[in-house]
Ligand binder design. Structure first.
Ligand code: KG4
Ligand code: ZN
Length: 360
């Protein structure tokens, strides 16, 4: 099944073309084209994503990205001016409503135009979170026979969500817990801002943390001993804020080596605290439910330390650890194509309308 996938839920205008085969038992994906136009530079001066700016940029970029995608395809996949497709998959939510609408309307128009030539062309609405969740299927190793991986514990960590799920199969899951306030990626972004680091903060904190001591400051590990599988990151963020405020007087002069050391220690200690909660709760869920694997996804899954920690934990527990390759953690359209394929196999279709608060 050839799928054109479209993602515009936040600040990336992303399109991808995939060939999906294998059905529910052995789903496999060949990526024929993948283009992401990032708006990071546009939003950076504002310290976060501005919804109406995102909408403007998506509207401008969508046709350009489509041209680029088609232009980059191997000639066998191209037809004069037209894509030969079985389905168009588009993110319908959750996300920024004005941004979502640009993708949804673009997909509808394209579907209408191409349907004249192909009456069977499907239009599939995709939940962005299912996109992250199923992105583990893009891992190069260990997913040939998915059923051997279940039951699994899936951790979705992004700028908007922190969710722990128990999955019994590709299509049957139960939410064990989620954040009660800030998402973990959001906490990385906010702490980065406190340290005057640019948006998005996750990669910046990761870089700075390498020069610091993760045990220099004992930041709280919110809800780590709580019986539930919920998370909370707003208190940790506030602790960092108070730490920086309380040490303002004693802070070495800006730019000095000692100052850089202190900032690196804050980044490193914050990262350690934030990740420890994720790892501990995932480990507990694996034990409680006898899981055979851990799936990690979402933008924060790009964090190398988190991958190392969960990888090591899985080794200890003698289970599989599956995370998408580096390019498919932060928002992209390939994962939307993957989730679109699974939805089409289930004949489960979301409404094709922007749904800003859609959940799993
Ligand atoms: O999945 P994503 O691209 O967008 C949402 O659906 O939210 O996730 C973006 C989030 C941002 O908060 C960003 O700071 C975080 O992922 N992120 C990271 C890293 N790379 C991206 N957080 C920690 N470490 C990273 N290396
Ligand atoms: Zn995302």
């Amino acid at each position: 099944m050839k799928i054109l996938a479209i993602e515009t839920s936040c600040d990336e205008t992303a399109l991808a073309l995939l060939e999906a085969t294998g059905g529910m038992r052995t789903p496999q994906f060949k990526i024929l084209g993948n283009v992401i136009s990032s708006q990071i530079e546009v939003h950076r001066p504002w310290g976060g994503v501005v919804p109406n700016l995102a909408k403007r940029e998506h509207l401008k970029n969508l046709p350009i990205v489509l041209e680029e995608l088609i232009g980059g395809l191997a000639s066998a996949s191209r037809r004069p001016g037209l894509l030969v497709l079985d389905a168009i998959a588009v993110t319908v939510g959750p996300g920024l409503e004005p941004a979502l609408w640009t993708g949804v309307n673009f997909a509808k128009e394209l579907h209408r135009d191409l349907k004249g030539k192909n009456k069977k062309l499907k239009l599939i609405g995709v939940n962005h979170l299912e996109g992250h969740l199923y992105s583990f299927l893009l891992a190069q190793k260990g997913t040939a026979h998915v059923k051997n991986l279940f039951p699994s514990i899936a951790l979705i960590v992004s700028g908007g969500h922190t969710i722990l799920l128990k999955m019994d199969s590709l299509t049957k899951w139960k939410k064990l817990g989620e954040t009660r306030d800030d998402a973990v990626g959001e906490a990385f972004d906010k702490v980065a801002k406190m340290l005057d680091l640019p948006y998005p903060g996750g990669p910046e904190i990761q870089k700075l943390a390498k020069q610091g001591n993760p045990h220099a400051i004992e930041f709280p590990r919110p809800m780590i001993h709580d019986k539930s599988y919920d998370f909370s990151y707003s208190g940790l963020k506030t602790s960092v804020l108070y730490y920086l405020r309380d040490h303002k007087e004693a802070r070495p002069p800006a730019g000095s080596r000692a100052f850089q050391r202190l900032e690196a220690d804050v980044a490193s200690s914050f990262q350690e605290a934030a990740l420890e909660v994720l790892v501990k709760k995932t480990e507990r869920a694996v034990k409680e439910f006898g899981a055979k694997s851990i799936f990690l996804s979402g933008g924060v899954a790009a964090n190398v330390l988190l991958r190392e920690k969960l990888g090591a934990e899985s080794k200890k527990l003698k289970i599989s650890f599956v995370a998408p390759p580096m390019d498919f953690n932060t928002d992209n359209a390939v994962m939307i194509g993957v989730a679109g394929y699974i939805s089409s196999l289930r004949e489960k279709n979301k409404r094709i309308t922007a749904q800003a608060n859609l959940n799993l």
